[in-house]
Design a protein around this ligand. Structure first.
Ligand code: SAH
Ligand code: SF4
Ligand code: F3S
Length: 435
């Protein structure tokens, strides 16, 4: 018996797919990448932008023939997209071979849903995204030497463009003791990197008594052993000096912060309900660089938000030049039904396209300049995988999250090695192991 999971969207979903896999493996299913072989298909969906939704329709369409020919195949569509109004109904009409639909708080029902589907009955269960029944699930981890650890679920921020608070519900922090216990266990098992996950990690603990994200970081950083800590995503309105100081103080907390700015225009930031100004953002960048001169800062930027004028957009470009992000994820605003920004007057698609192309070109040139600065330096790398593009090589990341490729063999995966950077190629670096 085989299963195949297709995952869309963010790291949160990648990790939740590990929980879905954990349940399937407990039931005796084995992972496959082959559509013909799969007995159970799971689509763990995302609805952050149009294109995530389009990819799901494409992939569901691709298995139609197989599933219609063999009605013992079970198809489940789960996660963020199913929480949107009308989606379950649309799935029922357009994809009659979908047997199971589970909301973001219903993933834990997968086992019983499969038992029902085996009797050729539909199983649809979507509750308001307020609970997280997924904490105690078995996890089939797929990202060694990294392990994902949820520290919180949901989001309270309601940025006016964003669907996440609607499909993931309100913010819930996990209890600190259970997070720390998970991390201790993972490190004992040999994981070398822990990545803490939350939509806004800086507000961790706001629904608990007397704990903050900085406390949690310190506590995890004090666990015995050689390992790295990463975390995402930080929010400019909530990151504070104490958190910055804790990141700087502990060697095992990576000097790498993903701090989405979204726009360089204070006016647009206000329309987005981001609750910080351009100046606030630049102050945080200064504080980070003062505490950690070598800190790697990455970001998310959006162009084409409804109220974005050419002037606003130029302010985004000027912020990008000023900050010099080591990397930026760039997005074209995509209206999401039910969010305030979707009801505003929209910008022409051509303008959006031109803006994003220019922005990407600017960031690429900065990324390349920063890459060039690595040449000749020696960096500690955690070996993550073989690099299938080049025979006889492995790759891993610097503390700042840069990918480096060098000669090596699969037995090196999970080891820390010092690598001298010899060459850079846009965002990628190449080097040699130093003895
Ligand atoms: N919680 C994180 C990000 C979650 S979504 C944060 O607050 O930063 C990841 C990124 O997707 C966002 O940072 C944003 O840049 C982008 N995004 C969110 N909604 C979008 C939309 N409607 N259209 C285009 N991009 C969007
Ligand atoms: Fe969306 Fe804003 Fe929450 Fe991030 S902080 S998930 S962008 S609403
Ligand atoms: Fe993530 Fe997409 Fe849901 S970005 S939280 S999987 S809408």
């Amino acid at each position: 018996m085989y299963y195949k999971i297709n995952t869309y969207g963010c790291q949160m979903n990648v990790h939740e797919s590990e929980k879905l896999a954990g349940m399937l493996e407990e039931m005796g299913y084995v992972s496959t990448v082959n559509d013909e072989e799969a007995d159970v298909f799971v689509f763990n969906t995302c609805c952050i932008r149009d294109n995530a939704e389009d990819r799901l329709s494409g992939n569901l369409g691709a298995i139609k023939k197989i599933c219609m020919a063999d009605r013992t195949k079970i198809v489940a569509v789960v996660g963020c997209m199913t929480q949107q109004k009308g989606v379950a109904e649309k799935l029922r009409k357009s994809y009659p071979y979908v047997d199971i639909v589970l909301g973001t708080s219903n993933l834990v029902e997968l086992k019983q849903a499969i038992e029902v589907a085996k009797r050729r009955k539909k199983y649809v269960s979507i509750k308001p995204a307020t609970m997280d029944a997924s904490l105690e699930l078995p996890i089939a981890r797929t990202s060694y030497p990294n392990a994902w650890v949820n520290i919180m679920y949901g989001c309270n921020n309601f940025c006016t463009y964003c669907i996440v608070p609607y499909v993931r519900g309100r913010e819930r922090s996990r209890d600190m003791a259970s997070i720390v216990a998970d991390c201790e266990k993972l490190i004992k098992e040999g994981y070398k990197e822990i990545t803490l996950l939350g939509q806004n990690v800086d507000s961790y603990g706001s629904d608990l008594e007397g704990v903050t994200f900085a406390d949690l970081l310190e506590r995890i950083a004090s666990i015995e052993g050689k390992f790295r800590i990463r975390f995402m995503t930080s929010h400019p309105k909530d990151i504070n000096q104490r958190t910055v100081d804790v990141i700087a103080k502990y060697k095992n907390i990576c000097n790498n912060v993903h701090l989405p700015v979204q726009s360089g225009s204070t006016k647009v930031l206000e329309e987005m309900n981001r609750k910080y100004t351009r100046e606030d953002y630049l102050k945080i960048i200064n504080a980070l660089r003062e505490a950690m001169p070598d800190v790697g800062i990455t970001t998310d930027i959006m162009v084409g938000f409804p109220t974005e004028t050419e002037e606003d957009y130029l302010e985004t470009l000027s912020l990008v030049k000023e900050v010099r992000f080591s990397n930026a994820f760039t997005f074209v605003y995509s209206p999401r039904n039910g969010t305030p920004a979707a009801k505003m007057e929209q910008i022409d698609d051509e303008i959006k396209k031109r803006r994003v192309v220019e922005l990407i070109a600017l960031q690429n040139s900065i990324t390349k300049e920063i890459s060039d600065e690595y040449e000749g330096k020696v960096k500690e790398i955690l070996v993550e995988d073989v690099n299938p593009k080049y025979e006889g090589t492995v790759c891993g990341r610097t503390e700042c999250g840069r990918l480096v490729t060098f000669a090596g063999s699969p037995d090196m995966i999970g080891r820390f090695v010092n690598v001298k950077i010899t060459r850079s190629q846009s965002a990628s670096l190449f080097g040699e192991v130093e003895e």
